[in-house]
Design a binder for this molecule. Structure first.
Ligand code: SAM
Length: 262
């Protein structure tokens, strides 16, 4: 059983999972880092920075005068982020905080990153409102995946829909996070008090032959799905994987909500 939970029990947040996810998406994430560098922030605050992977990437594209601040409630992840940050030639502050409980201690910054962190926040409206008041001139960059916009194939629609329903039943009732959070995020951001709101949807896609760096993420995603669905659907999915062990006739895509507010 692979848990994909970090040491504080946050799902989809253990360091190996985040590493695989990051490596699979390096080309797309590099493009994001370059785009963010055009905002010329003097400080970047990464909410739920985990092991510091995004900050490490940004370190390559953002001038060293810009301060990096990372916040996470998981000490083990912060320890890894701390180790990573040692080679960065800039001011770096890593804070062990619970974003909801310690809301007042979140510092203001020019650019705040909320990358796949909202699913863990219960009262998202109040949280976004509080962020917008921290620095009225600051920007908020959001990236949000959704369990319903991840697809692998080809497979019969009937089988896929069985898997999707099983997965939704298993994860929707979780009180640990919202696996289906794109619509809540969109809604809250649209109604927020930020003046400028820009929304996009970003496609991440790979078709076989898969690049080497993508395969651990892909396999992890399939294995995680197998663990959360009914025995019958899991049996189908494992058989489907085994039918094409060399992965010659496979595709994968997911769509993330991207927002920039200021
Ligand atoms: C899915 S990971 C996202 C990591 C990174 N932002 C990314 O996009 O790769 C979520 C991170 O948020 C942290 N987290 C979740 N809820 C939190 C909270 N209430 N306060 C602080 N950190 C939290 C978890 O510990 C985990 O490291």
């Amino acid at each position: 059983m692979i848990s994909q939970e970090n040491s504080t029990g946050r799902p989809l947040a253990d360091s190996a999972w985040l590493d695989n996810h990051h490596k699979a998406k390096i080309p797309e994430r590099t493009a994001v880092a370059k785009r963010l560098s055009h905002l010329h922030p003097n400080s970047i605050l990464d909410l739920g920075c985990a092991t510091g992977l995004w900050l490490e990437l940004l370190n390559n594209y953002i001038p060293k005068e810009c301060e990096f601040i990372g916040i996470d409630s998981d000490e083990e992840s912060l320890y890894l982020a701390q180790k990573r940050s040692k080679s960065w030639d800039r001011k770096v502050t890593l804070m062990h905080l619970n974003l909801e409980e310690d809301l007042k201690q979140i510092p203001p910054s020019d650019l705040t990153l909320a990358f796949n962190i909202f699913p863990y926040i219960k009262d998202l409206t109040s949280f976004v409102e509080a962020l917008s008041l921290k620095n009225p001139k600051g920007a908020l960059a959001v990236r949000q995946y959704d369990g319903a916009s991840i697809r692998f194939g080809p497979m019969p629609t009937f089988e896929r829909q069985n898997i999707e329903v099983d997965l939704r039943m298993a994860t929707e009732s979780s009180n640990k996070f919202h696996h289906y959070d794109l619509d809540r995020t969109f809604d809250v951001l649209k109604k927020s008090h930020y003046k400028n709101k820009h929304f996009e949807f970003e496609l991440f896609e790979r078709s076989s032959p898969f690049p080497k760096d993508f395969i651990p993420y892909y396999n992890g995603m399939i294995e995680r799905t197998c663990q959360h669905i009914s025995d019958k659907s899991a049996e189908y999915l494992r058989k489907w994987m085994n039918e094409d062990q060399t992965m010659t006739n496979r595709y994968f895509y997911e769509v993330d909500l991207i927002a920039l507010l200021s």
